[in-house]
Ligand binder design. Structure first.
Ligand SMILES: NC(=O)c1ccc[n+]([C@@H]2O[C@H](COP(=O)([O-])OP(=O)(O)OC[C@H]3O[C@@H](n4cnc5c(N)ncnc54)[C@H](O)[C@@H]3O)[C@@H](O)[C@H]2O)c1
Ligand SMILES: N[C@H](CO)Cc1c[nH]c[nH+]1
Ligand SMILES: [Zn+2]
Length: 453
């Protein structure tokens, strides 16, 4: 197998022109998703049935999963898998508990109180992909931060398997994460149902979770009517490997992302052609045993890239341009470079940290910014499941302190009532002070020119 390769010259900059990403702008998927969303808005459950039959090849009468199915799934799934999911859930919950933000309030010297009130969202819908692979881990990664945030209603949607049921491990993960409202529907139609509601599915305030191009396009379209977390596109990894890294480990870590999707993008940043050759040989050796060789090969052939650098500075520059979802630093003293890494969704340091630990058990979220969005975006977190309201309470002293500035700016902006709303109160205060009345009330002011205007 041969991945695309570029050999950088000393000091030659790595630019985004070298990258072949599928990107979030996908006109075909947007057109298809628009039609699907319109159909669901117009026909509700009937559209969900028709579209599920069309795209998933099964007929579903009742989308709502019965509560008894969760207990049945717990009994059906291999107890070792249940144990592993519980192990993962405990560490994911613990990590996200640490992200929780409290409301805060600050009393100024003039007595005004300003602050920020944190409130959990009323409801969220989590999309769990189910096309090319099944992702019980994604249930945990979305539901647990929502639960930690205090969201009351957590709804899970996920496409049916070929026989029209749901994977038992997905249901078991829902049970472990405390999710009980589950619907057997996937794709853009599931996103539409969560956004606008149908006879069976009540709408939610926000939709989170990864999915294929149609799911991503649907989230993009409904965003604004409901909240969305991000457009999490095909998986990505960038492995920076120096001569201390075992090429077999580097090869398998590249393949671990490539096997998600033919569109997954895997980057190797190395320091010699001989080393890059060794990784390619190791990929061929592993490939012979892969159970997902077709997808893996397609991803590496079409979206893989090897960048051979002449220095660590050049390598780090390439990393920051790529801004990968996952970055593995398989180099000596990996921690030393943390400060120079500006753009990456999750950073895995050292040879004992395969990206797969982050997918499942380490604790941080595996829903990460893809497609270069790590330039400005962060991993899914408890913050995605809360909103903040600013809180402001003024005292007479505070109003006196600020009135002039408000009136000045509002007058400059031509907003008469803004200025007047403050000036009238100031007048009430000053009148009361003059009359020697303690505890003046703004309600007692007569209309008229305010002093200090
Ligand atoms: N970032 C993350 O945390 C993370 C985690 C897991 C998976 N992923 C990514 O999520 C994606 C999952 O994609 P997937 O396809 O396996 O599952 P998916 O559930 O996103 O998509 C499957 C659904 O797509 C719909 N669909 C299929 N063909 C269609 C068509 N032609 N027109 C309209 N709709 C159609 C069907 O309704 C089907 O149920 C992958 O790219 C994977 O890498 C990301
Ligand atoms: N690597 C994926 C995110 O890109 C997440 C995942 C789930 N299961 C396995 N991997
Ligand atoms: Zn993965």
């Amino acid at each position: 197998m041969t991945m695309r390769r570029i050999d950088l010259k000393p000091l030659e900059p790595f630019t985004s022109d070298f990258i072949n990403r599928s990107g979030a702008f996908n006109p075909g998927a947007l057109t298809a998703a628009t039609a699907i969303i319109e159909q669901v808005r117009a026909e509700g459950d009937a559209a969900l049935r028709a579209l599920t039959e069309k795209f998933d090849g099964v007929v579903i009468e009742d989308f709502r999963v019965a509560p008894a199915a969760l207990d049945a799934a717990m009994a059906e799934v291999d107890p070792k898998t249940i144990e592993a999911l519980e192990h993962a859930a405990a560490q994911i919950r613990d990590f996200h508990e640490r992200q929780k933000q409290q409301s805060w309030f600050f009393a100024r010297e003039d007595g005004a109180i300003v602050g920020s009130k944190v409130t959990p969202l009323d409801s969220v819908g989590i999309y769990v992909p189910g096309g090319r692979a099944l992702y019980p881990s994604t249930v945990l990664m979305n539901a647990l931060p929502a639960q930690v945030a205090g969201v009351e209603r957590i709804v899970c949607v996920t496409p049916p398997t070929k026989d029209g049921t749901l994977d038992a491990a997905i249901l078991a993960a829902c049970k472990i994460a405390g999710v009980t409202e589950i619907y057997t529907v996937g794709g853009a139609q599931a996103v539409a149902a969560l956004a606008y509601g149908t006879e069976t599915i009540r709408p939610v305030a926000k939709i989170t979770g990864p999915g294929n191009a149609f799911v991503a396009a649907a989230k993009k379209i409904v965003s604004g009517d409901v909240g969305i977390d991000m457009i999490a596109g095909p998986s990505e990894v960038c492995v920076v490997a120096d001569e201390t890294a075992d090429p077999r480990m580097v090869a398998i870590d590249l393949m671990a992302q490539a096997e998600h999707d033919p569109l997954a993008a895997c980057y190797l940043v190395a320091f010699s052609d001989a080393y890059a050759d060794a990784v390619e040989v190791a990929i061929d050796e592993h490939m012979a045993k892969s159970t997902r060789a077709d997808i893996t090969r397609a991803s590496l052939d079409d979206h893989g890239l090897i960048v051979v650098c002449t220095s660590m500075d050049q390598a780090l520059e390439a990393v920051n341009v790529i801004a990968p979802e996952h970055l593995e630093m398989h180099v000596a003293n990996a921690m030393e470079y943390l400060g120079a890494i500006r753009n990456a969704g999750a950073i895995f340091l050292g040879e004992w940290t395969p990206e797969a630990v982050g997918d499942y058990v380490a604790g941080p979220n595996h829903t990460l910014p893809t497609g270069g969005t790590a330039r400005y975006a962060s991993p899914l977190s408890v913050d995605d499941y809360v909103k903040k309201s600013s809180v402001i309470q003024y005292t007479p002293a505070a109003l006196k302190h600020d009135a002039k500035a408000v009136v000045q700016i509002a007058t400059h902006e031509g907003l008469w009532a803004h200025a007047r709303s403050v000036a009238l109160r100031l007048k009430a205060l000053l009148d009361a002070e003059q009359a020697g009345v303690a505890g003046a009330s703004a309600a007692g002011v007569e209309d008229g020119e305010a002093r200090g205007e």
